[in-house]
Design a protein around this ligand. Structure first.
Ligand SMILES: [Zn+2]
Length: 446
């Protein structure tokens, strides 16, 4: 039996419905589940992890990523390009990647996320070069020990059909739907505590047909899985929708079945008031990716307005080629900063930003078993050592988003300690970084 006692935490930020913050508290974890919370718990044979001097939060939840891009960070020709030009630079490089590259990129990306406090990540893999399959990323997540929501992405309109990607990276639409069924049947686990849940995720409205968007929604509902795509990322994106579909992105999504509590869209920087109302009424979720939006100059998403209206909002790091780092706690801080730039210093509290990073993300992924610290919830826990210089002088060490460590000391996922004393426990980080460097040399040369 997996039995751990996290003992003597300075502060436990529960992110429960009462928004409890407990001092000098122990947390008992049995078989992946939080079984007891309180002061002075008896060991009863548990392995003890001393959490004195630590703030404990739920593991953070990443709702948008393209893990394969971890091997194409800071590509010179893409460093200063706008979204569409950036994509055109990177497509030929991505087309050279192998299944082993994508497995390695996923290991590196998830390892980085874990160190930044993330215990659950989604992934949006929408190109499958040289025999790559969604299976390659799922295998990597199991090695790292991350809770994983891979989505089976797709592109079907290549350059010859008026789309953006080169023809060699697009797939036949019937084959896309067949493979969605295959990976759902093979890997999707609808049960509480699931370590893998699969979603369906055509890349964007400008890289697949109207028919595929509609059929993907029908298939997702038939299979009981979630839908994900990019929407209203920037002005070019909205202009494309108006010109090619004769409507705004929100209308396009609604017409094709892409609204509802089982749908989440990445970015949504350019949603207007009507679209925010549509998302709130239908409980359609948003993956807010503030660093990516800044990096690509896309704009500031109306997160304050979305939250006030009742739209479920979580955070995403987005692909490492457009961020270029995947450091999830930083996205919470960036969310707060951008909302204050737009709406004033009282527009978002630090505790709200951390809520979005945990409970918000869990809701966006359709999970009520993670994102909070409460008896019966899964034991996904981040321990932040507030004894260092980053927290020195802080009057409120619980507000990690304002002052505090950016790296976890320990991270538990389903009760398993995958970061211990600031180091990844399941993979060897220096070895991974070395292999990534070698892969980049090969991708540049080819
Ligand atoms: Zn993205």
């Amino acid at each position: 039996m997996n039995h751990t006692l996290i003992a003597g935490a300075s502060i436990v930020i529960c992110m429960d419905d009462a928004q409890s913050e407990l001092v000098a508290t122990d947390i008992r974890v049995k078989d992946g589940v939080i079984s007891e919370i309180g002061p002075g718990l008896k060991p009863d044979g548990a392995g003890i992890v001393n959490a004195a001097g630590c703030v404990v939060t739920p593991g953070l939840v990443n709702t948008h990523h393209h893990l394969y891009q971890t091997l194409t960070r800071a590509v010179p020709a893409g460093q200063d390009a706008l979204l569409f030009g950036w994509l055109k630079t990177l497509y030929p490089i991505w087309a050279r990647m192998t299944p082993a590259d994508i497995h390695l990129a996923t290991l590196c990306g998830l390892g980085e996320l874990a160190l930044s406090g993330c215990s659950t990540s989604s992934d949006h893999l929408y190109l499958f070069p040289n025999g790559t399959r969604l299976d390659d990323t799922i295998a990597a997540a199991a090695v790292v020990g991350m809770r994983f929501h891979p989505t089976r992405g797709s592109m079907s309109i290549g350059e010859s059909g008026g789309g953006l990607p080169p023809d060699q990276l697009v797939e036949d639409e019937a084959a896309i739907l067949d493979d969605c069924i295959r990976v759902i049947d093979a890997f999707h686990d609808p049960n509480p505590g699931a370590m893998v849940r699969v979603g369906i995720a055509p890349c964007s409205p400008f890289s697949v047909s109207r028919e595929l968007m509609r059929d993907a929604a029908i298939l997702a509902r038939d299979k009981g899985v979630r839908l994900h795509t990019h929407l209203a990322e920037n002005d070019e994106d909205v202009a494309y929708s108006l010109e090619n579909f004769g409507c705004r992105p929100g209308q396009y999504a609604e017409d094709l079945g892409w609204t509802g509590s089982d749908v989440w869209h990445a970015h949504c920087v350019k949603l207007d008031a009507g679209e925010i109302d549509l998302f709130a009424r239908t409980r359609t979720g948003v993956a807010h990716c503030p660093c990516s939006n800044c990096r690509l100059g896309s704009g500031i998403a109306p997160v304050r307005a979305m939250r006030d209206a009742g739209v479920p909002v979580g955070l995403g790091v987005d692909g490492s080629a457009s961020n270029d780092r995947a450091w999830l706690i930083d996205e919470a801080r960036q969310t707060l900063l951008l909302q204050r730039v737009e709406n004033g210093a009282d527009a978002m509290a630090a505790r709200e930003a951390l809520w979005i990073a945990t409970r918000g993300g869990a809701e966006v992924l359709g999970r009520d078993d993670i994102g909070q610290i409460a008896v019966g919830k899964r034991a996904d826990l981040a321990l932040w050592d507030v004894g260092g210089l980053e927290s020195a002088g802080s009057w409120d060490p619980a507000v990690l988003v304002l002052a505090g460590p950016r790296m976890v000391r320990d991270l538990f996922v389903e009760g398993r300690r995958i970061v211990a004393e600031g180091r990844l426990a399941t993979v060897d980080a220096p070895t991974l970084a070395d292999r990534a460097s070698q892969a980049v040399v090969r991708l540049v040369d080819e």
